[in-house]
Design a protein around this ligand. Sequence first.
Ligand code: SF4
Length: 279
Amino acid sequence: MNIIRNELIKSTFDGYFVAWNLSKGGRSGFHASSLIAPDKGTKAFCYREHILGIDHKRIPSEYSLQTLRVFSNGWELHRKWQGILQIAGVALYNEVEHFIDLSEIKGYVPDRAFTDVGVSGDMHRTTTIPSNGFALSFTPDSIIMYQGKPTVVEIKGYRNETYAKVVANPQTHQSYKDAKVQANLYMHLLGLKKSIILFDNKNDQNFFTIEEEYEPELIAPYVERGDKLQLCIDRYREGKIVKGVCATKDCTRAHACQMRDVCFEVPALRERYRLDYEV
Ligand code: SF4
């Protein structure tokens, strides 16, 4: 066995993960899942970040090789379930493919979502939060026809330890609470009333599901956030930009922000970061 040679092969294969990540392209624009960020902490919602993201360059995200390996595993888990739902003939849509126009389904009253966005084309759906017309994209993992109703499916994968905790008492587990809010946001955006959250055990491939009914009060704070963001956008177009959540460029939250360079730049020099800026 040639240890050095095997290490070189591993290193080459690790490079394939980098290529895989690049092949997916980055998300651009505003994604609905950003709306449900926490109020505080290292992932705190920041209006300024999203305003600057409209027309300024982002710092590309950097991930360790181990993180990329984990990402690819999660990606494949989603593909597995999306494939199973597709082969079963119940999938109306999944994150990467769209099979049917929901508005063609008998009994489905076309709502803002699919009438606004069409049903084929880009991977990301684009629609509006009804109360304010704010444009955003969103990507439910899947939408299936279940018991005669279009139903959002959110897929979550956990290692055995976490999975066991969620199974034991989902109502108290943060992962479940977050998934429930996300499913409700997608139901809200799509005008649907049902969702299924699917928890997959990465160790033994067992799974369990929780069916959810649309709970508008659960996502009301995030819809309000969308409203406020729209106001910030209007003010930005008038030349005023909202303050951010970070006191310094070196705080932990700023380090996780793709807009930190432009955020802490003086206004005149911010132009260098504009998307259409040419040297
Ligand atoms: S660096 Fe902080 S304050 Fe500035 S945009 Fe990012 S999160 Fe907001």
